[in-house]
Design a protein around this ligand. Structure first.
Ligand code: CU1
Length: 525
């Protein structure tokens, strides 16, 4: 019966040693792989950002050739999006969705393994593009032609191939998640009883399946324009460079929601726990998530207001964009109403979640400002846009990820993390984040363009502040690494319910499902 061999399998036939990870079909191990991969990419792309901020500390050119500066901004964006934020959410999905719906694993464990390991060659291609002759793509993460077509460097092709591979990984992963959620729920776990994190991932997976092939199409057209003489994006050959922008943003805007809907799911899990109340407005949360997802497909040209589209088109995209603030407002209202008159305590996961509600809302409002057509024409390609999307993606997505790591560390490791150090990490991160990005609203309103390594003297003070904040933000994340590693290695044993007073709320919010159907009961081993 036993398939035990000397070194590669344990008594149950499961691979051990390095093969435990390489050949893993276990959702928890693969979740762990995703989360560590995400963290290393986060630190690497963060280091690239520090290169950008170092150059912008003072006006003039200090360290970087303009072309290299642009390579840093391109790779910072691509790696943060595809290497850090998306894999972190997939890591949480792997770890928690089977536990939350009461099943033993994802529907296709081997595909799950493939989804993860596809990301490694993709990351090598992306990072490796820095080192080949000609260097990495320098045209920004959006890869607009003609720059991305005319740059002869192999680094551009490596990035394109990397994104193709990551697209396959995302699509396969999404099929896995949808199949798991629709087919493998425990008896009694109806769709409208699923924890909200599961709902947000179900909807996100559909967004991925609908949008990643569109990116793949745009990338393939880019590739054939580069090498096979087509002219999809070349006006001289009858094509149109603006076509790329339309196809790209038809993917790119839903991508924004791919990076924020799971974050909404995470804080919708954390806030009820620390407010000692069920989530307010569960059904409206589900419908708001679905409404945001549908609307995300009809707003793409708000990234293109200055490309010369007809006024009717501009108005359509302005109003459709503004419409998204309604379901988003429903969510913010529900989070606040959940906290309202709750017995709140402020452990690290809750601090992060409250900061997300507050700071993401600032990003939402600056998004509303940018949606206004005449305002956007002024602010297009300024630092105001950079400020806006970092409030969405750092204080929305990244900080919800950090909060969720603290939230589930006791469950994952069996140990409590150091709460004092966790709070230090929270406050350092939140303060440094605001020092970095809040001044960018002002530099942007004053007209400083993004993606330029030099700037006029009047922007000097705010840039100096931003750079100091950025280095503080980067260094603070070493504390995060320290707290997590320390917790994995040991520490006080976590209680069955580490968040006292919140019995039954923490892992599986509205679940009447019988616990015996869970592979791991919702307690710490
Ligand atoms: Cu958008």
């Amino acid at each position: 019966m036993s398939t035990t061999t000397a070194t590669h399998h344990d008594d149950h036939g499961h691979p051990t040693g390095i093969m435990r990870w390489v050949a893993s079909t276990n959702h928890k191990d693969i979740g762990t792989l995703y989360l560590w991969f995400s963290f290393f990419m986060f630190m690497f792309a963060g280091a690239l950002a520090l290169g950008i901020r170092a150059e912008l500390f003072q006006p003039g050119l200090q360290f970087l050739e303009p072309e290299n500066f642009n390579r840093l901004t391109t790779l910072h964006g691509l790696i943060m999006i595809f290497g850090a934020i998306m894999p972190a959410f997939v890591g949480f999905a792997n770890w928690m969705i089977p536990l939350m719906i009461g099943t033993s694993d994802l529907a296709f464990p081997r595909l799950n393994n493939m989804s993860f390991w596809l990301m490694v060659p993709a990351a090598i291609l992306l990072v490796g593009s820095i080192f080949v002759p000609g260097g990495a793509m320098a045209g920004g993460w959006t890869m607009y032609p003609p720059l991305s077509v005319q740059n002869p460097s192999m680094g551009v092709d490596m990035s394109i191939l990397a994104l193709h591979i990551l697209g396959v990984s995302s699509i396969v992963g999404s099929i896995n998640i949808i199949t798991t959620i629709l087919n493998m729920r425990a008896p009694g776990m109806t769709l409208m009883k699923m924890p909200l994190f599961v709902w947000t991932w179900l909807i996100t997976a559909f967004l991925l399946i609908a949008s990643m092939p569109v990116l793949a199409g745009a990338l393939t057209m880019l590739l054939t324009d580069r090498h096979f003489g087509t002219a999809f994006f070349d006006a001289a050959g009858g094509g149109d460079p603006v076509l790329f922008q339309h196809v790209f943003w038809f993917f790119g805007h839903p991508e924004v929601y791919i990076m924020i809907l799971p974050a909404f799911g995470l804080i919708s899990t954390i806030i009820p726990t620390f407010a000692r109340k069920p989530l307010f407005g569960y059904a409206s949360m589900v419908y708001a998530t679905a409404a945001i997802a549908l609307l995300s497909f009809v707003v793409w040209a708000h990234h293109m207001f200055t490309t010369g589209m007809p006024v009717a088109g501009q108005l359509f995209f302005m109003y459709s964009t503004m419409l998204i603030s309604i379901p988003t407002g429903v969510k913010v209202f529900n989070w606040v109403a959940t906290m309202w008159r709750g017995s709140m305590t402020f452990e690290t996961p809750m601090l992060f979640s409250i900061a997300v509600v507050f700071l993401f809302t600032i990003g939402g409002f600056s998004g509303l400002v940018l949606a206004v057509l005449p305002v956007d024409i002024q602010l297009q390609d300024t630092y105001y846009v950079v400020a806006h999307f970092h409030y969405v993606l750092f204080s929305g997505a990244a900080m919800s990820i950090m909060g969720a790591v603290y939230y589930w560390l006791p469950k994952w490791t069996g140990h409590m993390y150091n709460e004092t150090l966790g709070k230090w990490h929270f406050w350092l991160t939140t303060i440094a984040f605001n020092i970095t990005f809040f001044p960018m609203h002002f530099t942007g309103l004053a007209g400083m363009p993004r993606r330029i390594p030099d700037y006029a003297l009047q922007f000097a003070e705010f840039n100096m502040i931003s750079t100091i904040g950025a280095f503080a933000l980067g260094i603070s994340q070493l504390l995060f690494l320290y707290v997590v590693v320390k917790c994995i290695k040991g520490g006080p044993k976590a209680a069955a319910n580490p968040w006292e007073g919140a019995e039954g709320l923490e892992w599986t919010v509205p679940s009447p499902a019988p616990f015996h159907t869970f592979e791991t009961p919702p307690t710490v081993k």
